[in-house]
Design a protein around this ligand. Structure first.
Ligand code: HEC
Ligand code: HEC
Length: 148
């Protein structure tokens, strides 16, 4: 956890380091003046658990994960998510099957297996949490495509 946060920080620095973010002097990190090592120790994890899925806000939204995924490995050789969500396994697991979109490559070709760009599920799907928005958001989906 700590390592990935540090890595994320390094990547962000790489991308934004010398450019616009530095210039905007009002931008403050969410952890304020707290050192990153303190922050990662004291940060309370959001409480979430298996419960009814929070409805999607719009149809193209990657649905939130309504169950725990702690320790679910996704690497080159193994993908824990697919043991329940693949088209071969979803019925037995009583899980939602991954949709057709997950089988298209970026040129729009339909593949026989999950596309590489959809393989790392947690890039897009995150566990759901009852978290207050950090900034006000008045987004409202078009009723016809609200996904509700
Ligand atoms: C042990 C089986 C199992 C594993 C492993 C698993 N899931 Fe699930 N998942 C389920 C089941 C069952 C549901 C349906 C739960 C419900 O609707 O309440 C579900 C629901 C979901 C949903 C919500 C779908 C929707 O339409 O709302 C998402 C997203 C999801 N899982 C993603 C993942 C990801 C990403 C992983 C890997 C990190 C994963 N799951 C691993 C069984 C599993
Ligand atoms: C690049 C982002 C991305 C990745 C990576 C990704 N998904 Fe999705 N997923 C989406 C989006 C967007 C939707 C909703 C629209 C759709 O069905 O394409 C979705 C929908 C779903 C659904 C609901 C399908 C339905 O019919 O309602 C499940 C289940 C799911 N994904 C599981 C997975 C699993 C398991 C993986 C990893 C193997 C994965 N996703 C990887 C973006 C992603």
């Amino acid at each position: 956890m700590k390592r990935s946060m540090v890595l994320g920080g390094v990547l962000l620095l790489g991308v934004f380091g010398s450019t616009s973010l530095m210039a905007a002097d009002k931008v403050v990190s969410l952890r304020g003046d707290q050192d990153i090592s303190e922050a990662s120790q004291s940060a309370e994890l959001k409480h979430w658990q298996d419960r009814d899925p929070i409805p999607r806000d719009y149809v193209q939204q990657p649905p939130l994960i309504p169950h725990t995924n702690e320790g679910y490995v996704i690497n080159l050789k193994f993908n824990k998510c697919l043991t329940c969500h693949s088209w071969a396994n979803y019925k037995q697991a009583k899980a939602t099957k991954i949709s057709q979109t997950h089988f298209s490559d970026r040129e729009g070709n339909d593949l026989a297996n999950v596309s590489a760009r959809r393989y790392f599920c947690t890039q897009c799907h995150v566990p759901q949490a009852e978290a207050k928005p950090l900034v006000e958001n008045t987004f409202a989906p078009l009723p016809a495509v609200s996904g509700r």
